[in-house]
Design a protein around this ligand. Structure first.
Ligand code: NAI
Length: 328
């Protein structure tokens, strides 16, 4: 049997944590043959609630759950971790400007980046879920100079999955028939859900829906889905966010199916003219624990405009956190 791997989850007593931990412990993320040690980080006032979650995890008697560590210190929670899912973040409060929000999250993601740099496995794979996810990932990455920038990623997989689901509903086809759509850019309202390369049952998606629906309804429905869930449920999406985090890490660790790609927020290497270093949603394939950007896709003028607009927003966010001294 395999040796257990260490998986850190921050914000573990929160809504997403309540779905995510049970999926990880049951083997949905790393496979049904991979034992895990959960290393859970919370702020001090939430440790009591976290302990309740730990009691429930133990009560599931998951065969793959080898151990559980809890702490309010990232140097403890991140010790030797192979995977880190950074979920806990500072939510936007009424009247908060973007700079305030980015600054407040810098206070979380800078020390967490430093702690990962100091104590995590040298091969750690980091996924940032907590919003603003792309720029929080950038802050963590920039404060972990001894790790490869490629080890830091942000979640656009929920947007990717939402985009699949909306297209499936529109075409009346199963989600499994849909391949190769891309979420470019920021996990925000400027994201670009791109159907130009997508297929439904092997046929071009854009031959099966009308252009007006795609440009004027679909893109904004996907981008605003989070707000629609809050409106309906009275709470933000949590189970679907946790499920997307599982998908992101599983594909990164275990690989994407041959001939298919997924969307991940990753440090730009300059591909597709996206400024280097920004954590930006790209189409990627994964193999042997590494991801690679899908190269050579044609980019229409329509796509170019959308891809540049979301890059521009991320550049502005980077400028803000630079001013705050959080990144280079
Ligand atoms: P929540 O408020 O229920 O839970 C967040 C937890 O993080 C709380 O238990 C809090 O105590 C903890 N926390 C705060 N600061 C921390 C720190 N410094 N260290 C460790 N833990 C800390 O929120 P929920 O619903 O679980 O969402 C978490 C984050 O995920 C939010 O920022 C949300 O906006 C984001 N999100 C991102 C999505 C994406 O697609 N990228 C989708 C949905 C949510």
């Amino acid at each position: 049997t395999k040796q257990p791997v260490r998986v850190a989850v921050t914000g573990a007593a929160g809504q997403i944590g309540y779905s995510l931990l049970f999926r990880i412990a049951s083997g949905d993320m790393l496979g049904k043959d991979q034992p895990v040690i959960l290393q859970l980080l919370e702020i001090t006032p939430a440790l009591k609630a976290l302990n309740g979650v730990v009691m429930e995890l133990r009560d599931c008697a998951f065969p793959l759950l080898a151990d559980i560590v809890t702490s309010d210190d990232p140097m403890v929670a991140f010790k030797d971790v192979d995977y880190a899912l950074l979920v806990g973040a500072m939510p936007r409060k009424a009247g908060m400007e973007r700079g305030d929000l980015l600054g407040a999250n810098g206070g979380i993601f800078k020390p967490q980046g430093e702690a990962l740099n100091a104590v995590a496995s040298r091969d750690v794979k980091v996924l940032v879920v907590g919003n603003p996810a792309n720029t929080n990932a950038l802050i963590a990455q920039q404060n972990a100079p001894d790790l490869d920038a490629k080890q830091f990623t942000a979640m656009v997989r929920l947007d990717h999955n939402r985009a699949i689901s909306q297209l499936a509903e529109k075409t009346g086809k199963p989600v499994s028939s849909i391949k190769n759509l891309t979420i470019w850019g920021n996990h925000s309202s400027t994201q670009y859900p791109d159907l130009s390369q997508a297929t439904v049952d092997g046929q071009p998606a854009l031959d099966q829906v009308d252009r007006d629906w795609y440009e004027n309804s679909y893109i904004s429905t996907v981008a605003k889905r989070g707000a629609a869930i809050i409106e309906a449920r009275g709470l933000s999406s949590a189970a679907s966010a946790a499920s997307a985090a599982i998908d992101h890490m599983r594909d990164w660790a275990l690989g994407t199916p041959e001939g298919e790609w997924v969307s991940m927020g990753i440090p730009s290497d300059g591909s597709y003219g996206i400024p280097e270093g920004l954590i930006y949603g790209f189409p990627v394939t994964c193999k042997n624990g590494q991801y690679e950007i899908v190269q050579g896709l044609p980019v229409s003028d329509f796509s170019r405009g959308k891809m540049d607009a979301t890059a521009q927003e991320l550049t502005e966010e980077r400028d803000e956190v630079r001013k705050l001294g959080l990144v280079k």
